[in-house]
Design a protein around this ligand. Structure first.
Ligand code: NAD
Length: 453
């Protein structure tokens, strides 16, 4: 028997007792989560700074405020989300009551990565609580400071018979996955996503996979290069490029490349100063392993901007690569760091072919002053999400589902989509016990008379 066995039994008993089902219980837990965020804000910011040297601004907008926003939305909307959803009926069920009931799955496992270690743990947790589940949270072992707060402080704000935090890396998570869960929500790499999916298959456990990949960004000739460069630099170097929806590479004409490089240099200097290593607004690479990997990618193409690195400090400068070949390593893996390759194409059609030859990305971006160009990219490609003329702003809307397609994942969440993801949609029909006469036509022995009714 492993250590988790006891926790699983405690949580399952709590779920079976029905205590997580009433709206009042769910709201009390969500309020607890909100208090956790408010009362520990400074500690959370410090932990994010320790793990990723995240600036207070980036910690606030992309981690703390976003999690708080999801808590507040769930608190405001919970009763409406929980309502049975009436559905249209056919002739034979006119007198009955037909509806979809959103019921909790039971025991849910949430596995999170290190790059937004708070947001990607707590935002799914909001959905799982709102839907009435018991939850085991498995934060990333790599973002250690946040992992510690989640393990030591968060449980004080939640009912510990219903919610638990499991710690550990690949080995411990693999052991955890041997247990039976009723739903698994995984955010991380496609490689580990396959391991999680295989483990879930053993128990036929439904899953959501929020994965990564290479997000393309098409820049049309009909653009203001400085506006594009400001937006591109902001969302490529935000969180030091360690963002699943960051633009992974740019496709543009050779002429646009010529104009984009100085504009990107302007934006980088404006955002991070002459020496970005001294900027308080640029974070650091999470670990030595990722630092080494990114250093290797700096050898691809030709460095047009940046390229400096400092291992002692896990620093990699905001970098732009040009003359990159499709076959080079930087185009073979998700970059997940502050490196932006520009690849040249001769036309919109060539860019679209390039995108469609690859796995479906989590996000896709297109910049043009001509809305028809943006609409063409949208219509002729597929991706988890899409944003025209900007970077990841689409994912700041809780009214849009956030998730991948194909190799970038399956399922989605945020706002009500989270509630729906963590709920089983139970098809219900309540019939009357009487009026048996009207059922006569369906009973054997069958004759042409049955069909005439
Ligand atoms: P990862 O897949 O290495 O790890 C994610 C989680 O899985 C961690 O909690 C880790 O402990 C666990 N894990 C690692 N190896 C395991 C194994 N062999 N067996 C079982 N569990 C294991 O991902 P990461 O490096 O933490 O995060 C980066 C990746 O996550 C990138 O690919 C990125 O695109 C993706 N990501 C996706 C989203 C999204 O919303 N779609 C968001 C953030 C990050």
């Amino acid at each position: 028997m492993d250590a988790f066995e006891d926790t699983a039994r405690r949580l399952r008993e709590a779920f079976s007792s029905g205590r997580t089902r009433p709206a009042t219980f769910r709201m009390a837990q969500l309020e607890g989560l909100g208090r956790f965020l408010r009362e520990n804000k400074q500690q959370l910011q410090d932990a994010l700074a320790q793990d990723l040297r995240k600036s207070a601004f980036e910690s606030e907008v992309s981690e703390i405020a976003m999690s708080q926003g999801e808590v507040d939305l769930a608190l405001r909307s919970l009763r409406a989300w929980m309502k049975d959803q009436k559905v249209p009926k056919n002739l034979a069920t006119q007198l009955d009551s037909a509806f979809i009931r959103k019921e909790p799955f039971g025991l849910v496992l949430i596995i999170a990565p290190w790059n937004y270690p708070l947001n990607l743990t707590l935002v799914p947790l909001v959905g799982a609580i709102a839907a009435g589940n018991c939850v085991v949270l498995k934060p990333s072992e790599i973002s250690k400071s946040i992992e510690k707060i989640l393990a030591e402080v968060l449980p004080r704000y939640l009912d510990q018979n219903c919610f638990a935090v499991a710690l550990g890396g690949p080995e411990e998570t693999a052991r955890l996955l041997e247990h039976r869960f009723d739903y698994i929500f995984f955010t991380g790499s496609p490689r580990v996503g396959k391991i999680v999916m295989a483990a879930a298959a053993k128990h036929l456990t439904p899953i959501t996979l929020e994965l990564g990949g290479k997000n393309p960004c098409y820049v049309d000739d009909n653009c203001d290069p400085q506006t594009v460069a400001n937006r591109l630099a902001w969302f490529r170097y935000f969180n030091t490029g360690q963002t699943c929806v960051a633009p992974d590479y740019v496709l543009c004409s050779p002429e646009m490349q010529e104009r984009l490089v100085p504009a990107l240099q302007n934006a980088i200097t404006r955002f991070y100063g002459e020496d970005p290593q001294n900027s308080p607004n640029l974070g650091r690479i999470i670990s030595q392993k990722h630092f080494k990997r990114l250093q290797g990618l700096l050898r691809c193409g030709r460095i047009a901007i940046g390229g400096q690195s400092d291992e002692n400090n896990l620093y990699i400068a905001p970098t732009v690569l040009v003359d990159v070949q499709e076959t080079e390593q930087v185009m073979q893996e998700e970059i997940f760091g502050p490196i932006l390759p520009l690849l040249t194409v001769r036309s919109l059609d060539e860019a679209i072919d390039f995108i469609n030859r690859r796995e479906k990305p989590l996000a896709l971006y297109a910049f043009s002053n001509n809305s028809q160009v943006v609409k063409q990219v949208l219509a002729r490609t597929s991706s988890g999400g899409f944003c025209g003329n900007d970077g990841f702003m689409h994912m700041t809307l809780a009214s849009l589902p956030f998730g991948g397609v194909g190799a970038s994942g399956m399922g989605s969440y945020h706002g009500k989509f989270s509630f729906d993801t963590f709920s089983h949609h139970r098809a219900c029909l309540l019939r009357r016990p009487g009026m048996e006469k009207i059922n006569d036509f369906r009973y054997p022995p069958y004759s042409p008379r049955n069909l005439r009714v």
